[in-house]
Ligand binder design. Structure first.
Ligand code: DSN
Length: 493
């Protein structure tokens, strides 16, 4: 396997510090911003403003991170100017040698890192990766048998009546996925997303007493529902699903097993999740984003067994626009970083920090969904803990210098907009070099801020008041933590 040759951050220390490359990184950004400012100064100002904001606030959004300067710089260049529909060596445009090179590097790094048969690095986002996966599964499980039955090689060869039957068959398939209020994702068959309009979806939830997945109940539901596709993966579940058990359930009912590991790909890459908890050996298709715990550029990726590869590779132009070669280059850099031993230490740090945050919150009286965490997520029930809605708590925490997002809790009385929960995650702060004692102080800031917050009236689920002196003290404590763990310290703007 070839290694990425791009300049990379040092293999120890926070990934946001460039070590011996610090001067080069500082000068690259200073020069780039000068060039941008000469054309549209407001854009240069917004870029600087975003860094200032990120330096000012404690980032506890579970799906965000800080990519390294090498990853960020790999995106700002002329690879962006190339069209490259198709796959490496088989494109619709001439002159794609360098795009082939970066796409192949990204795929090879991903295969080696995750032990996958095949990797497809083109998806532009997690939604796109899931769409590629759904259409690949439909192509293999529904379209291919229809073509074989008609003795046709290609959909264009089907007579109109056979094509009409196939179009209806695409829309007549069943999916079983995790319910939204248990921590599932909108793209797993919910009506506001295209997946819910395409598939007839049923959801599995969690045990109402423990908040944990109940595999016997899921198996019973799968036997009854007989889905074409069983989907596992979450965006707000603080424990680790057992993918070996889920794969057995899928096999028993003849379903394709897909795992969306967007949230926890970094924990898989860093070998925190192994055996039954590593989705790659157990699933037919695995989708991910590259910018969450994996700490790469904003984008998506699909891994699959060899038998699904020819269908996955048709993602563009099936559901994707032209690939983004500059982003695939950055994915290759990030995946090369994730293959280093330091990334495994980072992944362990994410989980240690999440535990410290959960313990710190619980010790101070907060109620957590499932009582704690085994992964990077802590889901706090702010209704039960502080008498607030998620919306009120999210806003009050922002006043206190902490960025989170509100999230439903199981059987949420406040619905998906106001919610009763606040979701927190540790990938970003761990990248900055925060350790468990820092996360205990974060837990103290969060609980101090929320204890000083009240609903503004009995009728509004959004309005709140926070004690101004407490908010100011919390912001000062956040600033102290961030000063000890600076973001891109070499960049002075
Ligand atoms: N937006 C992502 C998250 O925050 O979990 C999922 O799509």
């Amino acid at each position: 396997m070839s290694q990425a040759t791009t300049t990379q951050p040092p293999s120890s220390g926070p990934a946001t510090s460039s070590g011996p490359n610090a001067a080069a990184v500082a000068s690259a950004y200073t020069s780039a911003l000068e060039v941008i400012a000469a054309v549209e100064p407001d854009v240069a100002a917004a870029i600087k403003g975003e860094l200032a904001n990120q330096r000012r606030q404690l980032k506890l959004i579970a799906s965000e991170n800080y990519a390294s300067p090498a990853v960020l710089l790999a995106m700002g260049n002329w690879l962006s100017d190339k069209y490259a529909e198709g796959v490496p060596g088989h494109r619709m445009y001439a002159g794609c040698e360098m795009v082939d090179r970066v796409e192949t590097l990204a795929a090879e790094h991903a295969k080696a890192l995750f032990g996958a048969d095949h990797a497809y690095a083109q998806p532009h986002s997690g939604i796109d990766a899931n769409l590629v996966a759904y259409w690949a599964i439909l192509a293999k499980r529904v379209e291919l048998p229809a073509l074989e039955e008609a003795g046709a090689q290609h959909v264009n060869d089907l007579p109109k009546d056979a094509w009409d039957r196939l179009r209806h068959a695409f829309n007549d398939q069943r999916m079983l996925g995790m319910s939204l209020d248990a921590g599932g994702h909108l793209t797993h068959g919910f009506r506001p997303n295209i997946s819910g309009k395409l598939f007839d979806q049923a959801s599995y939830g969690v045990d109402p007493g423990t908040g944990l997945l109940d595999y016997d109940a899921i198996a019973r539901q799968a036997r009854e529902w007989r889905p074409l596709l069983l989907v596992a993966g979450y965006s707000a579940y603080p424990r680790n699903p057992n993918f070996a058990v889920m794969a057995e359930i899928a096999e028993e009912v003849g379903a394709t097993f897909m795992v969306d590991m967007a949230h926890f790909a970094g924990l898989v890459a860093g070998k925190v999740l192994t055996g039954d908890f590593d989705p790659v050996p157990h699933a037919d298709v695995v989708t991910t984003t590259t910018h969450k715990s994996l700490r790469g550029p904003r984008g998506g990726m699909v891994l699959c067994r060899g038998e699904y590869a020819p269908f996955v590779d048709k993602g563009c132009p099936m559901v994707l626009g032209g690939p983004l070669p500059h982003v695939m280059a950055a994915k290759a850099v990030a995946l090369a970083e994730a293959r280093r031993p330091s990334f495994a230490a980072y992944a362990r740090g994410i989980v240690d920090n999440a535990r410290a945050l959960a313990e710190g919150l619980s010790r101070r009286g907060a109620k957590l969904v499932t009582g704690g965490t085994d992964n990077h997520i802590v889901l706090m029930d702010v209704g039960a803990s502080f008498g607030l809605t998620g919306r009120q708590a999210e806003s009050a925490l922002l006043d206190a210098g902490v960025v989170t997002n509100r999230n439903s809790v199981p059987a949420d009385p406040n619905g998906p907009w106001y919610t009763s929960g606040v979701r927190m995650g540790t990938p970003a702060l761990t990248t900055l070099g925060f350790g468990p004692s820092d996360l205990d102080e974060v837990a103290a800031i969060v609980t101090d801020a929320l204890r000083a917050t009240q609903p503004a009236s009995a009728t509004s689920k959004a309005k709140y008041t926070i004690d101004a002196a407490v908010a100011e003290a919390c912001r000062r404590r956040c600033a102290e933590l961030l000063a000890a763990h600076p973001l891109y310290p070499e960049i002075h703007l």
